[in-house]
Write a protein that binds this ligand. Structure first.
Ligand code: HEC
Ligand code: HEC
Length: 494
C-alpha cells in the first residue's frame, strides 16, 4: 500500500507541475511559410518533375488572415431551444480568436478548438440552411445528429448583426465523428455523408439553373483534379461524364470518405482519424507531407485548406488555379495544431476478453507487427506500389509491395507512389477501411471475397458503380471464421 505521506507528496508534485504548466507555457510559434522548412516538407510526386511548387514567402504573407467570428451550434429539426434563432439575430458579431489574451497551454488548446470548429465557407457545398431544417433531408442522407440535438458539421455565424449565416468546411465538417449513441468524437474519421449530400445539392441546383449549365460548371470544377502530364489520366473521364453519371459518382462515396481538394471525385480518399496525429511521421495516405515537428503540421493544414489553390505542378498550372482568398494566421495554426495534439480517443467499450487474447496471438503469429508495430500499431513507414520505381535502402520505406490499388497514389495530385501504414489504434470507432474506404467494416477488410473482381465493395463503391475487387493487403485473409472473429476482437481493443 502507498503511504499517506507518499500520496500527498505525489499530489504536491502534481499540483506544482500543473501550476507550472499553467504559468510557464513557453509559446514558441514557428513561422509557417519558411523556405528551408518548405523545401524539404514534401516527398516528390511519383512523376518527380510535376511535384508541386508552392507560392513564396512574400506572396504567402500577403494573403489576408482569416478572421474567426464567434459561431453557434446548429440544431437538428425539432431540437432547437425555444427562441434560439430569434436570439442569434440580436447578438453582436464577436471575433472569437484573439491571441493577445492567450497565455496558458490550456487557453491555447481551447483557442485551437475554436479554429477547428470555425467555418471557412459560407457557400453551400454539401447542404443548405434549409436542408438542415428539413427532417426529410436527414432521412434521405442519414446525416448523424449528436446526443444533444446538435449537428457538429456546421455552425451558425454572425459576421454582421442581424445576419445569421450557415458556415461549414472548417476542420469539424470532415474530421468529426458522431457515434451511434450520439457521442461526438472531435478529430475522429468524419461521418457526415458529404459527397452524397453534394450529389443531392447538384440535382436540386440543376432544377434551378438548368442541367446544361450545371453540367458545364461541374465539368469545369472537375478539371482541377486532372493530371495533364499523365497520358492515361483517369480524371479526364469526368470531363465526358453526364450529369447523372457525375451525381452517381458522388452518391457512391460513403460517409468517412470524401473528395478533398487535390484528390478526385473519381478517386476519393478515406478521411483519416486525427486522434494520435502527434506520433505520425507522414501525413496523407500517400505520405506526401513529412511531420517532423509542429511547424510541419501547421504547414500541412495551411496548404490543404487554402494555399494549394495557387500551386503549380512543374511546368503545369492547374486550370482552376487562383490566389487563396484567406489563410490562417501563424497563431491560429499553432493553436489548432496544439488542439490536434491534445485529442484523445473516446473510452473504449470493448474489453480484452478470451477472444481478444486469442486474437492477439494471431496478430503475433501473422506478423502484423512488421508494419503495425506496437505501441503505435504503425511502423510509421510507407509501402511502395507496383509500377513505381522507388529508391532502395531508405529506412522509412517498407521494402515490400502488397498489391494495393495504385490509382490513388499514382493518379492524384497527392500521388507519391506510396501508401502509408496506418495506425490500428481506434479501429473500433473508425471505418470504412483502406486508403479509399472501400471496406465498410473490419469483417469486410478480412473477407477474402474482396479480392474477386465480381465483388461489390461495401464502402466506397467506385465511380462507375460496378463490381470491383479491393486488391492487396493479403494479411489475415486465410483465417477460419472463428479466428477472424478473434483477430477482430483484438483489434477492437486497441
Ligand atoms: C472537405 C473535408 C475536409 C476538411 C474540411 C478538412 N479535411 Fe483534413 N483531411 C480530409 C481528407 C479526405 C484527408 C485525407 C487526404 C489524403 O490522405 O490524401 C485529410 C487529411 C488530413 C490530415 C492528415 C492526417 C493523416 O494522418 O494523414 C490532417 C492533419 C488534416 N486533414 C487536418 C485538417 C484540419 C486541421 C482541417 C481544418 C483546417 C482539415 N483537415 C479540414 C478531409 C478534410
Ligand atoms: C507489409 C506491411 C503490412 C503488414 C504486414 C500488415 N499490414 Fe495492415 N496495412 C498496411 C498498409 C500499407 C495499410 C493501408 C492500406 C491502404 O492504404 O489501402 C494497411 C491497412 C490495414 C487496415 C485498415 C486500416 C484503416 O484505417 O483503413 C487494417 C485493419 C490492417 N491493416 C490490419 C492488419 C493486420 C491485422 C495485419 C496482420 C494480419 C496486417 N494489417 C499486416 C500494411 C501492412
Amino acid at each position: 500500500m502507498i503511504s499517506p505521506r507518499l500520496t500527498s507528496s505525489v499530489a504536491l508534485v502534481e499540483a506544482v507541475a500543473l501550476a507550472l504548466a499553467a504559468v510557464a507555457f513557453a509559446v514558441d510559434i514557428p513561422r509557417t511559410w519558411e523556405k528551408a522548412a518548405l523545401d524539404t516538407l514534401e516527398l516528390p510526386l511519383a512523376n518527380r518533375e510535376f511535384s508541386p511548387i508552392h507560392i513564396d514567402e512574400t506572396a504567402y504573407y500577403r494573403i489576408p488572415e482569416r478572421v474567426i467570428y464567434k459561431s453557434y451550434p446548429v440544431y437538428a429539426p425539432g431540437r432547437e431551444p425555444a427562441g434560439y434563432m430569434e436570439r442569434l439575430k440580436t447578438v453582436e458579431p464577436e471575433v472569437a480568436f484573439d491571441p493577445s489574451v492567450l497565455s496558458t497551454q490550456q487557453q491555447w488548446v481551447s483557442a485551437g478548438e475554436i479554429v477547428f470548429n470555425a467555418p471557412t465557407s459560407f457557400h453551400p457545398l454539401f447542404f443548405t440552411a434549409q436542408d438542415l431544417q428539413d427532417p426529410t433531408f436527414f432521412k434521405k442522407t442519414g446525416m448523424p445528429v449528436a446526443k444533444d440535438g446538435t449537428i457538429p458539421f456546421a455552425r451558425w455565424v454572425v459576421r454582421r448583426k442581424g445576419v445569421v449565416e450557415l458556415g461549414s468546411m472548417g476542420c469539424a465538417t470532415c474530421h468529426t465523428r458522431v457515434l451511434k449513441d450520439g457521442t461526438v468524437v472531435p478529430g475522429g474519421q468524419g461521418n457526415n455523408p458529404n459527397d452524397y449530400e453534394g450529389a443531392l445539392l447538384l440535382q436540386a441546383l440543376a432544377k434551378v439553373i438548368g442541367s446544361e449549365k450545371m453540367l458545364e460548371q461541374v465539368h469545369r470544377f472537375a478539371r482541377e483534379f486532372e493530371l495533364p502530364w499523365l497520358p492515361d489520366d483517369l480524371n479526364r473521364l469526368a470531363g465526358s461524364m453526364s450529369l447523372d453519371q457525375l451525381i452517381g459518382a458522388g452518391e457512391a462515396i460513403p460517409p468517412g470518405v470524401t473528395a478533398r481538394a487535390n484528390t478526385s471525385i473519381l478517386l476519393p480518399p478515406q478521411i483519416p482519424d486525427l486522434i494520435g496525429i502527434r506520433e505520425r511521421r507522414f501525413l496523407d495516405h500517400t505520405g506526401l507531407v513529412r511531420h517532423r515537428n509542429i511547424g510541419d503540421l501547421m504547414r500541412y493544414v495551411s496548404l490543404a485548406q487554402d494555399v494549394f489553390s495557387a500551386d503549380r505542378y512543374g511546368s503545369v498550372t492547374n486550370v482552376n488555379s487562383a490566389p487563396p482568398g484567406a489563410r490562417y494566421s501563424d497563431n491560429q495554426l499553432y493553436a489548432l495544431a496544439l488542439y490536434l495534439y491534445s485529442l484523445r480517443p473516446p473510452p473504449n467499450p470493448n474489453h480484452f476478453d478470451a477472444s481478444a487474447a486469442r486474437g492477439r496471438l494471431l496478430f503475433e503469429k501473422l506478423e502484423c507487427a512488421r508494419c503495425h508495430t506496437p505501441p503505435l500499431y504503425t511502423n510509421n513507414k510507407l509501402v511502395p506500389v507496383e509500377g513505381f520505381e522507388f529508391p532502395a535502402g531508405r529506412a522509412d520505406i517498407v521494402s515490400a509491395q502488397i498489391g494495393l490499388d495504385p490509382r490513388y497514389t499514382l493518379d492524384t495530385h497527392k500521388g507519391t507512389g506510396y501508401y502509408k501504414v496506418p495506425s490500428l489504434k481506434g479501429v473500433w470507432y473508425r471505418g470504412p477501411f483502406g486508403h479509399n474506404g472501400s471496406a465498410a467494416t473490419l469483417e469486410d477488410w478480412f473477407d477474402p471475397a474482396r479480392l474477386d473482381s465480381g465483388y461489390v465493395p461495401t464502402g466506397f463503391k467506385g465511380y462507375d458503380g460496378k463490381t470491383r475487387s479491393i486488391p492487396g493487403h493479403p494479411f489475415g485473409l486465410q483465417l477460419s471464421p472463428s479466428e477472424r472473429e478473434d483477430l477482430i476482437a483484438f483489434l477492437k481493443t486497441l
